[in-house]
Design a binder for this molecule. Sequence first.
Ligand code: TTP
Ligand code: MG
Length: 282
Amino acid sequence: MSFNCFCIRNMRRFATWISSPPAVSSSRLMPAICNRFADKSAAVRRTRAFSNHFSTERVSRKLVRNGEEKKLVVCIEGNIASGKTTCLEYFSKTSNIEVLTEPICKWRNVRGHNPLALMYQDPTRWGITLQTYVQLTMLDRHLSTISAPVRMMERSIFSAKYIFVENLYRSRKMPEVDFVVLSEWFEWITENIAIPVDLIVYLQSSPEICHARLKERCREEEKIIPLEYLEAIHQLYEDWLIKKTSFIIPAPVLVISADSDLPTMLHQYEENRGKILGARNF
Ligand code: TTP
Ligand code: MG
């Protein structure tokens, strides 16, 4: 089959799927788009990525699910200690908003093991272990049933990959084979499962401020984090969400400057309430 035929055939399948999408709440998995052609050629990959992006956009922004008005999903992003949890706690006081903080307690204790601490002690050995688990727990968060008109969640499966996995690999702490295996997992997930995100709120902060906050809060596993690590994470975030030069951005981005003290930050969150909650301003 020629490449053109292949593209047309898959676009037709998509048109059918879009006009009659599966009920996301009852069946989480989208059918594999082109499982008959599951080879790894660049052309096939590009087509699948495009198709998936297209379908996700349509599913998350335009369509209604099960006849109900679509729920809004907002991901709070930013460097370590940029204030994501504080932001979520602030909005958790608003009724009709469901807040999901990061599953960090799971990363610190999975059946008695602490992959977060292991990763900081020896990233080359344990980076893949932590990041595989982060990917699973974030996917689980994304796919859990939304119980309010608005969901706000800490981070996303996208930043785990585009920021943390990328950083481990670029800094040569993650072996290429680990990076490739994680990337295959990530690509399979994002190509075959609709992950709804409607808005990214980027808490933009300077690495120095984050470092100071990190020292203050003194989370045991993070005591050894140097400023350079936060600078690298910051740069990856800036490339992704501000310069838009690295990876696909799954939703529009709202940037909030996050270097100020707590009262000022809370004031800023209030000022941005309308933009964050969109039409659903409670
Ligand atoms: P953060 O996701 O930055 O959460 P936080 O609670 O520190 O941030 P905030 O103060 O803004 O609420 O990171 C939690 C820890 O998990 C941190 O040590 C970084 C680490 N981590 C990884 O190593 N890999 C990952 O993919 C993610 C998402 C976090
Ligand atoms: Mg947090």
